[in-house]
Design a protein around this ligand. Structure first.
Ligand SMILES: Cc1cc2nc3c(=O)[nH]c(=O)nc-3n(C[C@H](O)[C@H](O)[C@H](O)COP(=O)(O)OP(=O)(O)OC[C@H]3O[C@@H](n4cnc5c(N)ncnc54)[C@H](O)[C@@H]3O)c2cc1C
Length: 385
């Protein structure tokens, strides 16, 4: 692994840094109300449009599909610089840019790619992910949302849950059961579902943070054209694995950079309120800083492996360790904040929200237990439990 940057990579960083310095001061303020979904969509998609117009949209998408075609190291520099500069996060563009778009690049027809990829890159089209169901989360292959083929359409009935950003999404990457008699992994199909199709009912759910980041989505006789199918009928499990390979890739890396900054601010809080005088607290802060540093080096190792074309086991190891380190930081922040930990507004609230957020990331995109199973079976070669 080479930790140095090449001349081209350094030039890329310099150019990006100067673009960010020019564009960020002119940005409209972020909506303060987390329930202002129209405002949030506008804010996130405006930023996507700016990235697009400057040639930074789809940083690691291949150039032939409208992306920047950056190397994994350049993509990492992009995340590092945008986070350092305090640029907006990918927000509601998350699913489209980070896994639906890449799945279409890998698996869709030319017509499907032409219809969606340019619009995702410009921030004109928002996607959500309709995979999980009340009875199918970790055991996703048990999903039962049914699609029956009638002529040139599938008629979909059933429900999905935990669908992030469903209330602002234009399309959904939807997994449905097309053959209930086949073994469970073999009767699934991956569909492009337009969210304005009649029969779709989106019911937002409030999280512990007080905003509705995800929804339940109900389907009653929803007609989806067969031409919206990605891959073959009943081959959707394989397509979903392609989606997961992107979802569990670098999705959490920019979060790590944000966590390092949050930890530095937590140290300042501890210095101000006297908790830093406690040697035990200082030791815990230092351990966390060391863990985040180690995760950053692991990320560079994963990137080096990706560049040499050898897919490493790093994605699951990173996701597992990062999300658990965030839990530790949340618990420590609660002890440092003491009575201030009850406030969900004010300067210190970012630490309280960070603690709440930590609870969700050991579950999202595959729970810690599932990541441990993957590491045990696929990395360490242990027998299936
Ligand atoms: C913030 C957030 C956003 C999300 N966004 C989306 C989205 O946009 N679209 C979407 O489709 N889904 C989304 N999800 C859902 C997510 O994928 C599921 O919550 C996750 O897969 C776990 O499924 P579950 O909640 O049904 O828990 P379950 O699968 O019921 O798990 C319950 C517990 O049992 C454990 N467990 C289950 N199976 C095993 C096993 N084999 N071995 C050991 N332990 C096991 C789990 O680790 C967990 O602790 C989101 C979740 C979160 C938290």
């Amino acid at each position: 692994m080479d930790l140095r940057f090449s001349r081209d990579e350094t030039a890329f960083r310099t150019e990006l840094r100067s673009w960010l310095a020019g564009v960020l001061p002119g940005l409209a303020p972020k909506p303060t109300d987390p329930e202002d979904w129209t405002g949030r969509r506008t804010y996130d998609t405006n930023w996507q449009r700016l990235l697009h117009d400057a040639g930074y949209a789809g940083i690691d998408w291949p150039a032939e599909f409208g992306g920047r075609g950056a190397t994994p190291t350049e993509a990492l520099i992009f995340l590092e610089e945008t986070e350092r500069a305090g640029a907006p996060y990918v927000g509601v563009n998350f699913v489209g840019l980070l896994h639906a778009g890449p799945t279409l690049i890998a698996e869709a027809s030319d017509e499907q790619r032409a219809a969606h990829l340019p619009r995702i890159l410009r921030g004109d089209e928002i996607w959500c992910q309709g995979f999980s169901e009340p009875g199918a989360g970790s055991d996703l292959a048990s999903l039962s949302c049914r699609a029956e083929r009638v002529g040139d359409d599938y008629i979909v009935n059933g429900s999905k849950i935990w669908t992030s950003f469903a209330q602002v999404a234009d399309y959904c990457e939807l997994l449905v059961r097309t053959d209930p008699d086949a073994p469970k992994h073999r009767g699934i199909t991956w569909l492009i579902c337009p969210m304005d199709t009649p029969g779709i009912d989106v019911r937002p759910m409030k999280t512990i943070q007080g905003s509705s980041e995800f929804s339940e989505v109900f389907f009653s006789d929803v007609r989806i054209p067969v031409s919206n199918r990605v891959g073959e009928e009943n081959d959707g499990w394989r397509v979903a694995m392609v989606t997961f390979s992107f979802e569990r890739g670098t999705a959490f890396v920019s979060e790590l950079l944000g966590s390092m900054q949050l930890l530095a601010r937590l140290v300042e809080v501890a210095k101000k309120n006297g908790r830093f005088d406690d040697g035990g607290i200082r030791r815990e802060l230092a351990h966390l800083a060391a863990e985040f540093d180690a995760l950053w080096v692991l990320t560079k190792r994963n990137v080096t492996q990706a560049e040499s074309g050898v897919p490493g086991p790093g994605g699951s190891v990173f996701k597992l360790h990062y999300s658990e380190a965030r839990h530790k930081m949340g618990d420590l922040a609660m002890r440092i904040l003491d009575r201030d930990a009850v406030a969900l507004d004010g300067d210190l609230s970012e630490h309280v929200r960070g603690w709440m957020h930590a609870m969700s990331i050991t579950i999202a995109a595959g729970t810690s237990q599932i990541q441990r199973n993957i590491v045990a079976e696929r990395v360490l070669g242990l027998p299936k439990g």
